[in-house]
Design a protein around this ligand. Structure first.
Ligand code: NAD
Length: 532
């Protein structure tokens, strides 16, 4: 139960001053104009929220962008009720019609794609082209789900009894909560919403407390389409807030599925809490991804891919390359070339199109980076490049660090087993593929992996039963990023969840096995006789 006594919303003390032109340009293009610095962060058909605010802060400049009001316990319970009302009607709309409405949402998102991408860049800190790419992912999954809305097929199964048929029928689940992480403040919701929506559920989004503006901008766009189509806005509601709101969603008996994206530590709590009430849970947790480079690899492809995987999004993707295993024969050449790329990384404002390395998301991440660097020094790791917190002229309030390549002294260290959300790439050298695969699989997480080779035998080993144990197994493709067409997710402590493409939609429906008897007799299965 969400009973927390929250501070009433207080108008911000800090908004007598104006926002920078940089931030104003991004926000006003999306019609976001904080009044006295405060925005309403709850939507369930109407905008509201008078609970204690969360703060949106720009990671690049440190600028305080806005205070966003959250839901009080009463408002939270009202939102659940509105969502139940919305579901009551929404489930009856034929799936292809829901698909048509999703197509309109896709069009509305596409019209604002670049502006939304800039907001992702402003608030999360990833570079502009990645911010836009993230919105493109939402658009892509809308296309996918629109098509799927005419293909959510169950099976017709041959019955052993005469005059009988068995049908597998998908129906909506009810209320689906999407709890998302800061590093994909738009796309993760998109993957979930698109499938949940065509399945006929009412979806409740609780975004990261540090990226509320992205969630407000997206929800405004979706709400406009719903309202135009006469659909209850709570079919796609929003509740900003911190862990207390997340907790309340996990505990609510009315929420059938909790789709959670975030850290292993929180995912473990979420998993237990939802399972405790026998709810359904989908977990997308941390990654600790490795690339293996064989002696026959095309280095002109592998080096840039590892560079992007380790440095892109400042190492803050769940699929970022954190471990690099190089075959001894190519290691010196590979590292020389990679170090040259690291020597001139354009670092700075992620909104500037030439920037490749933006800031970390918050100062806690900078502290974690710094602590890890001290640890690497303490254990005698070789730091090939980087290693320092960076202060950039004009961005003194930003969370910048240097992208780092380190060679730890042994494989028998805890640091190999933990996901650290920063651009630190740890390198080791191997002699046999089997050894590299064993290292790849020796961590608790199992999200993404990649091998660089031209030898089909290596490909077979890596993809087969004794190969990579990850949910994503790439060949001559880096670990970072994925297309929406395949089911996305990881194994082991990454949580076993699958979202986006493939068969993922099947998790957003409840399945009924319906046996229909068209005959004039009522025989029992397996020939059981129970007649008087
Ligand atoms: P986080 O675990 O700190 O927070 C994630 C979400 O959980 C936030 O919305 C937060 O408010 C909420 N939350 C916190 N405590 C909660 C509780 N007790 N109950 C319910 N909800 C609660 O994660 P983060 O720092 O925002 O994101 C980074 C992590 O997310 C990394 O570990 C990254 O690998 C992971 N991630 C995984 C994927 C994937 O698909 N596997 C994708 C993106 C991010």
């Amino acid at each position: 139960m969400y009973r927390r006594i929250s501070r009433p919303l207080q108008l911000s003390r800090s908004f007598s001053r104006a926002l920078s032109t940089r931030a104003t340009n991004v926000l006003s293009a999306l019609g976001i104009e904080p009044k006295h610095g405060v925005l309403r962060g709850v939507y369930d058909g109407k905008w509201g929220g008078t609970g204690a605010p969360v703060v949106s802060k720009c990671p690049t400049t440190g600028e305080h962008l806005a205070d966003i009001s959250t839901a009080t316990p009463t408002e939270f319970h009202e939102l659940i009720e509105r969502s139940r009302e919305a579901y009551h009607d929404f489930r009856m709309i034929p799936a292809p019609r829901r698909g048509e409405i999703l197509r309109q949402i896709r069009e509305a998102l596409a019209a604002k794609r670049d502006h939304l991408g800039a907001l992702v860049s402003l608030e999360m800190g990833k570079i502009l082209s990645e911010g836009i790419g993230e919105v493109q992912e939402f658009i892509d999954i809308c296309d996918y789900a629109t098509g799927l809305s005419r293909m959510m097929n169950g099976q017709v199964i041959a019955s052993e009894r005469p005059g009988h048929s068995i049908l597998e029928v998908p129906n909506p689940l009810g209320l689906v909560a999407v709890i998302s992480a800061f590093n994909f403040p738009v796309a993760v919701y998109g993957w979930n919403l698109a499938l949940s929506f065509i399945a006929g559920n009412a979806t409740i989004w609780k975004p990261s407390p540090s990226t509320p503006l992205c969630s407000i901008a997206v929800t405004k766009i979706i709400a406009g389409v719903l309202e135009k189509n006469g659909i209850h806005g709570a079919a796609a509601s929003l509740v900003t807030g911190d862990n207390h709101i997340g907790d309340a969603l996990c505990e609510s008996e009315h929420v059938t599925l909790v789709s959670f994206t975030g850290s292993e530590h929180v995912g473990q709590k979420v998993g237990k809490k939802v399972q405790h009430r026998f709810g359904k849970v989908l977990l997308e947790l941390g990654g600790n991804n490795a690339s293996i480079v064989m002696p026959d690899a095309d280095l002109s492809l592998a080096v840039p891919a590892v560079f992007f995987g380790a440095v892109g999004t400042a190492g803050q993707r769940c699929t970022s390359t954190r471990r690099l295993f190089l075959h001894r024969d190519i290691a010196p050449k590979f590292l020389d070339t990679l170090k040259k790329a690291y020597a001139s990384i354009p670092t700075g404002d992620p909104l500037v199109s030439s920037t490749l390395l933006g800031p970390l998301h918050n100062d806690r991440a900078v502290k974690n980076y710094h602590r890890q660097m001290l640890h690497l020094h303490d254990i005698g790791a070789e730091i090939l490049t980087g290693g320092k917190v960076a202060k950039l002229n004009g961005f003194e309030g930003g969370n910048f660090v240097q992208a780092t390549i380190a060679v730890p002294p042994s494989m028998d260290l805890d640091l190999w087993k933990q996901e650290l959300f920063a651009p630190i790439l740890n390198v080791a050298i191997f002699d046999e593929l089997e050894e590299a695969i064993q290292w790849n699989n020796s961590v608790p997480q199992g999200l993404s992996s990649s091998i660089w080779t031209r030898d089909v035998r290596n490909v077979g080993k890596f993809m087969g039963p004794a190969g990579s144990d990850c949910g994503i197994v790439n060949v001559n493709v880096g670990t970072s990023g994925a297309e929406i067409g395949a089911g996305f997710g990881g194994n082991k402590r990454t949580g076993w969840g699958r979202e986006s493409g493939g068969d993922s939609w099947k998790q957003y429906v409840r399945w009924s096995a319906c046996t229909v008897n068209y005959s004039d007799a009522a025989p029992l299965a397996q020939g059981v006789n129970f007649s008087l």
